[in-house]
Design a protein around this ligand. Structure first.
Ligand SMILES: Nc1ncnc2c1ncn2[C@@H]1O[C@H](COP(=O)(O)OP(=O)(O)O)[C@@H](O)[C@H]1O
Ligand SMILES: [Mg+2]
Length: 218
């Protein structure tokens, strides 16, 4: 599989908005498809619909299929309450037929449990995709981002870069790059309002302006 897996330093950090921004940034050079393989809290959150709205995705850019669970809780708990077991292999199999570039969004952060001893990191390993980390820009992000990088490296998962979300903070960016030995691909401000237009304008001009993602998508 080709593409990027969008994880975050936590939940609510901006993975969905970043996934939409990546669609907007990469559109046109290759066929794209977004997938949210595991969505919890489906009665209140539908990241697939949000990406479709923000990136104005045509039907062929969206994989509808995936595990959809009620309750805004961790996948392992939502699955247990629903009496099902999430099978990572079958999620992967649904994604093998498309040869373009996938933008896959995780649920929560990297070590969120999915079922048994399996976590989001195991799904990433199975899919074999390089990871883009959505991180907050403000206080606390250095620790959260370095922990995520360390956990990715401990599992030999490829890291494409970090995107910082919120009020740009040059000191935090520099610290993440220096201590994390990783490139920051962009600093996404808070959009008010957040619309397809404001996001597209930013993504085209400011998300990975140096085209560092290219090598990960070859
Ligand atoms: N750059 C941004 N500007 C404005 N609102 C944002 C931005 N990034 C995220 N948000 C908002 O913050 C909330 C959490 O973002 P989301 O992308 O859903 O996080 P995650 O997918 O990591 O849970 C959402 O309401 C989203 O619209
Ligand atoms: Mg999300």
């Amino acid at each position: 599989m080709r593409g990027l897996f969008v994880t975050g330093t936590g939940t609510g950090v901006g993975k969905t908005v970043l996934a939409a921004a990546l669609m907007l940034r990469l559109r046109g050079r290759t066929p794209l498809r977004y997938s949210k393989p595991i969505q919890t809290g489906i009665e209140q959150d539908d990241d697939t619909e949000e990406v479709r709205r923000l990136a104005r995705c045509p039907v062929e850019e969206i994989l509808e299929d995936g595990v959809r669970l009620r309750g805004p809780v961790s996948p392992h708990l939502a699955a247990r309450r629903a009496g099902i077991t999430v099978d990572l292999r079958s999620l992967q199999e649904r994604m093998t037929s498309f040869a373009g570039v996938w933008i896959v969004e995780g649920a929560g952060g990297l070590l969120v449990p999915v079922s048994g001893s399996r976590t989001m990191a195991d799904l990433i390993k199975l899919l074999g995709l390089p990871v883009v980390i959505a991180a907050a820009s403000g206080l606390g992000t250095i620790n959260h981002t370095l922990l995520t990088l360390e956990a990715l490296r401990a599992r030999a998962l490829r890291i494409a870069g970090v995107v910082m979300i919120g009020e740009p903070d040059a000191d935090n960016r520099e610290a993440v790059e220096h201590y994390g030995k990783i490139g920051v691909l962009g600093e996404m401000p808070r959009f008010d309002p957040l619309t397809p237009e404001t996001l597209a304008d930013w993504a085209v001009a400011n998300l990975d302006p140096q085209d560092r993602l290219r090598e990960f998508l070859a």
